[in-house]
Design a binder for this molecule. Structure first.
Ligand code: ADP
Length: 245
C-alpha cells in the first residue's frame, strides 16, 4: 500500500482536537482480515484474500489494480452490499459486518455509490433519479429541495425535468453523483467512475468527485484504472488477486 499524504492531513475535527491521536485510532473505516470467495461450478475465486486497510475520515483513497483483482468486491463489502466470509469492517467504531436488519439498512444509507455505467433509471427524470434512493424513507430534510441543490452542485441546474437517458454520459454521471449525495453520506464509494467517459469528460468528473471531500465532508474510496485520478488522491491502495500489494 502506498500512502501519498500524511494521515493527519485530513484528520477531521476529532483528530485535530486530540492532536496526538494516531492514524489508526482516527480511521473512519477499518478493514481486518477480510476474505470473500465466490464459488462457481468450475472454481473458487478468492476475490478478497486477507485484506487489512485503514481509511482516514475526510480523505480520498484510490483503489487500483487490474480487472478482476477484487476492487468491486472490496467496495461492495465496505458498502455492505455483500458480506465477507471472514474478517471485519468497522466504520465509525461500529462493526458493520456484525450488523443485521434495520441497523444494517441504516448503515447502507450512510454510503453513496457511483458506478461506471451510471445505473440511472432510464424512464425517470433527472430529479426523480436523484430522489429515488430516499423515497421509501422518512427524512429530516426536504428531499426535492435537496435534490435540486445537489443538481446545482454537479452543474445540472435547469435539467431537473429532463429524462435521464437524454443526457450525455458525463451528465448522467453527474446525476449519479447527485444521487449518491442525496442522503448526506459519510462515505462515497465510486467504482471506475470515469471508465465509460472520454478523457475530457472524465477529467470534469474527477474534479467533481475530488471536491466532495471538502464540499460535502465526505470520505471517498474510488476504484480506478486512471493513473491521473489515482495520483491526485490522498492515498493509493493497490490490489492484486484479492491481496493489497
Ligand atoms: P475488479 O473490480 O477488480 O474487476 P471484482 O471484484 O469484480 O474485480 O472481481 C474479482 C474476482 O472475483 C474476479 O475473478 C471476478 O470474476 C470474480 N467475481 C466477482 N463477482 C463474482 C460473482 N458474483 N460470482 C463469481 N465470481 C465473481
Amino acid at each position: 500500500m502506498r500512502t501519498r499524504r500524511n494521515a493527519s492531513a485530513h484528520a477531521g475535527p476529532a483528530g485535530d482536537a486530540a492532536g496526538a491521536v494516531t492514524g489508526h485510532d482516527r480511521a473512519l473505516i477499518s478493514v481486518r482480515g477480510l476474505v470473500k470467495a465466490y464459488v462457481t461450478l468450475d472454481a473458487t475465486i478468492t476475490a478478497a484474500d486477507g485484506i487489512d486497510l485503514d481509511i482516514t475520515a475526510g480523505t480520498v483513497t484510490a483503489l487500483t489494480g487490474p480487472s478482476g483483482s477484487g476492487k468491486s468486491t472490496l467496495l461492495h463489502l465496505i458498502g455492505a452490499l455483500d458480506t465477507p466470509d471472514v474478517g471485519t469492517i468497522t466504520v465509525s467504531g461500529t462493526e458493520i459486518t456484525a450488523l443485521g436488519g434495520n441497523a444494517l439498512a441504516d448503515y447502507r444509507r450512510t454510503v453513496g455509490f457511483v458506478f461506471q455505467r451510471f445505473n440511472l433509471l432510464p424512464t425517470l427524470t433527472v430529479l426523480d433519479n436523484v430522489t429515488a434512493p430516499v423515497l421509501p424513507f422518512k427524512t429530516s430534510y426536504d428531499v426535492p429541495a435537496r435534490a435540486k441543490a445537489l443538481l446545482a452542485v454537479v452543474g445540472l441546474a435547469g435539467r431537473e425535468h429532463t429524462l435521464a437517458t437524454r443526457l450525455s454520459g458525463g451528465q448522467q454521471q453527474r446525476v449519479a453523483i447527485a444521487r449518491a449525495l442525496i442522503n448526506q453520506p459519510t462515505i462515497i464509494l465510486a467504482d471506475e467512475p470515469t471508465g465509460n467517459l472520454d478523457s475530457a469528460t472524465g477529467e470534469e468528473i474527477i474534479e467533481l468527485l475530488l471536491a466532495l471531500r471538502d464540499t460535502q465532508s465526505a470520505t471517498l474510496l474510488i476504484a480506478t484504472h486512471d493513473p491521473d485520478l489515482a495520483q491526485r488522491c490522498d492515498q493509493v491502495v493497490q490490489i492484486l488477486d484479492g491481496k493489497l500489494v
